[in-house]
Design a protein. Sequence first.
Length: 166
Amino acid sequence: MILERHMARILEFTLNGRPRIDAVPDNLLLLDYLREVVGLTGTKTGCDGGECGACTVLVDDRPRLSCLTLAAGVDGQRVDTVESLGRDGRLSAVQRGFHEKLGSQCGYCTPGFIMASVGLLRRNPRPSDAEIRAALGSNICRCTGYVKIIEAVRYAAELGAAGIAP
């Protein structure tokens, strides 16, 4: 029997606005770290191959597929998950958009769409529909025709213009 040995390293980064330090194996995926080590289950396991976007998180405000990212690869960076959104019981602009404009159906893909949308709106607070489509191109929804999702992000941009954080 061959036993595999994996090296571990200290991971020091900011998770949802709070500093975090953990020893992690070099081969641990960020998705598994978030769900299994930290207990943040909003980030969803979808395809396990970078095809669906359900696992999207923000790394320094840029969308990243956590199923393709090693946890050790975010050392020194800031990671935001869907759990970081909203303040004092109030939904963020994107969360409100998805809720009020019916941007989700079964909801499984919604956290990934929301995080990709937040990343877009942090970089470009007034995107065109074409820019919204491009930013969400790595996310797949099997329930909707995407029309309501685009409307949700457009509405979130309007809320952002009124001072509500994405």
